[in-house]
Design a protein around this ligand. Structure first.
Ligand code: HEM
Length: 200
């Protein structure tokens, strides 16, 4: 094997071994079993759960759990910032303001119409953390993309900032670029649950 081929093979192996993968966890606050991931650097947890066998459904329940040091957190459902449904949220007083967005260039994403989002009861803000738990309907397809529920490893990206958004009361607020971003591999296939409609 040529040296370049050997190096490429090693690179492919190390990328697949070191990619961060989602796991199943149950949030004790709401009893919902999510498929998600906690980023150890920022201490942010992102989890999703879908109705079982739900290729024809268009919804999921999600949660973002974050230390208050993060003043907004966003999830890119298609795995990258551009041309994907972005769900951005931030703490405001004793609740969480959310904002579906869409970006076609690397600048402030615009509000995106289409999703019907409902914050669930376990959404909370305390002295150290905020948690947004939500049902997102009409959320599995968007302009130019969709979630593939048969995939056991699709990238889910996130971004966040430690700077407060300009007008926290307003879902259409401007905000500055993220101070951190990253991604993990979401197992969408394992993210389906027969209990979904008990939780929604
Ligand atoms: C004012 C708002 C924003 C600006 C100016 C901005 C700008 C940028 C720029 C210039 C990059 C290229 C790499 C770099 O320079 O770091 C980037 C990458 C990225 N952004 Fe944003 N961004 C914004 C908001 C968001 C939001 C709300 C999300 C998530 C919901 C997000 C997710 C990402 C991710 C995951 C990347 C990594 C590369 C990629 O996915 O293309 N960004 N952003």
């Amino acid at each position: 094997m040529a040296l370049s081929h050997l190096l490429l093979s090693l690179l492919a192996i190390s990328t697949s071994v070191f990619a961060q993968s989602s796991t199943t966890y149950t949030d004790p606050d709401n009893g919902i079993t999510f498929q998600g991931y906690t980023d150890t650097t920022t201490d942010v947890t992102i989890g999703l759960v879908f109705p079982e066998g739900s290729d024809s459904n268009d919804e999921f329940i999600g949660e973002i759990v974050s230390p208050l040091t993060n003043q907004w957190v966003g999830v890119c459902l298609g795995g990258t910032m551009l041309d994907n449904l972005l769900l951005v949220a931030w703490p405001y007083e004793d609740t969480v303001v959310y904002s579906p967005r869409y970006a076609t260039s690397y600048s402030l994403p615009a509000l995106y119409e289409g999703p019907t989002i409902t914050s669930l009861e376990s959404t909370s803000v305390n002295s150290t953390y905020w948690k947004w738990v939500f049902r997102c309907e009409n959320c599995t397809t968007w302009t130019g993309g969709s979630i593939n529920l048969t995939s056991t490893a699709s990238p889910l990206a996130w971004a966040l900032s430690n700077t407060t958004v300009d007008d926290p009361a307003d879902p259409d607020s401007a905000f500055a670029k993220h101070t951190n971003d990253g991604s993990f591999e979401e197992d969408f296939y394992a993210a389906q649950s027969a209990y979904y409609f008990n939780w929604a």
